[in-house]
Design a protein around this ligand. Structure first.
Ligand SMILES: [Zn+2]
Length: 332
């Protein structure tokens, strides 16, 4: 259980009045973990104070073994491994196709027959959809009727970090639960407990915009705080080698965050993702806005670049030119 979720969990257990909840807030703050905790609490056969799961009853044991018959989790294939939902048989199977980032209609159909069947343990049944924006249109429409009038004691928890991208008909059927970024001190304490040295925890938490899970994932994939701190100077010097080992979407995202911070600073506001002392002092915003536009274009195709090295070299060169131009002109 992520420590900052505790108050939201208890509050949601106490106040939820709908059979369908929509957990909404930034990604990387524990939406899936909250959904799982709610589901376990609802399925628990001996709930504790505040309605929390007991962790010991037959239902909780099945839940923890990931074999609870009254729980269905709908997530895109691409997220299954990261969420620990892949079993050994699946790992052994070699897949030729790239895992999908969508929740497909087949998964929703399987869930609909689960929704019709009676509860295996005679208690509630729970469906988790994570994240709801991964439902493609056909899948979302197939879900609607059951979401509105579920049979028996069926409950839904949907998560989402971009509510505006959901069908309004999905949103209107759910009770919203807002999730916020955890406080910095709590997030840093958690990151230290995950094994991050203090300096990395601080740098990467800021780099991730205050989202502790994202900071932890970056660290585990090899991104150290010192590497993040080297990004502004690499752009000033036009060096793209730094990004050789980064997945292209993350490298472009880092440049977009740098661009954001440079624009903040050019307008006299505090940067968010990089330390202020690491950023060059700029006089003018327009060259940065041009670079930002190029980066956004590149980000749209970042999953399948024809040549990652060339793409990054060109984006970095454009960044270097933008920085030079921005340090010359007057602020507009
Ligand atoms: Zn229990």
């Amino acid at each position: 259980m992520l420590p900052w979720l505790e108050p939201t969990l208890l509050n949601t257990l106490a106040t939820s009045r709908s059979h369908a909840l929509l957990l909404q807030g930034p990604a990387g703050v524990g939406q899936f973990e909250l959904a799982v905790n709610l589901a376990q609490s609802w399925l628990c056969e001996s709930p504790q104070g505040g309605g929390r799961a007991c962790d010991h009853c037959a239902s909780c044991l099945l839940f923890k073994a990931r074999t609870h018959p009254d729980l269905q989790i709908l997530v895109p294939e691409a997220l299954r491994e990261g969420l620990g939902l892949v079993d050994e048989a699946e790992t052994a199977k070699e897949s030729k196709t790239k895992p999908s980032r969508e929740i497909k209609i087949d998964a929703v159909r399987a869930m609909l027959s689960f929704a019709q069947a009676s509860s295996a343990r005679g208690q509630a049944k729970v469906v988790i959809v994570h994240p709801a924006e991964a439902l493609n249109t056909v899948a979302a429409n197939a879900l609607l009727k059951t979401l509105e009038e579920p049979a028996g004691r069926l409950r839904f928890v949907l998560t989402c970090s971009a509510p505006e991208s959901l069908l309004p008909t999905i949103r209107s059927r759910c009770q919203p639960v807002s999730m916020a970024l955890p406080e910095t001190a709590q997030a840093l304490a958690w990151l230290r407990a995950q094994g991050l040295p203090e300096a990395d925890a601080q740098t990467l938490l800021a780099a991730a915009g205050g989202r502790p899970q994202e900071a932890r994932d970056w660290f585990e994939s090899g991104l150290k705080g010192s590497l993040w701190n080297a990004v502004p100077q690499a752009i000033e010097r036009g060096q793209s080698l730094l990004f050789n080992d980064w997945p292209v979407p993350r490298a472009i995202d880092a440049l977009l965050r740098l661009c954001h911070d440079l624009l903040c600073q050019a307008h006299g506001a505090a940067p968010r993702f990089f330390g202020a002392a690491l950023l060059p002092k700029l006089q003018s915003a327009p060259p940065l806005l041009e670079w930002e536009q190029r980066l956004r274009q590149a980000a749209r195709h970042a999953e399948h670049p024809l040549n990652a090295g060339l793409l990054m070299a060109s984006l970095v060169a454009q960044g270097q030119q933008a920085l030079r131009a921005a340090s010359r002109r007057e602020l507009h």
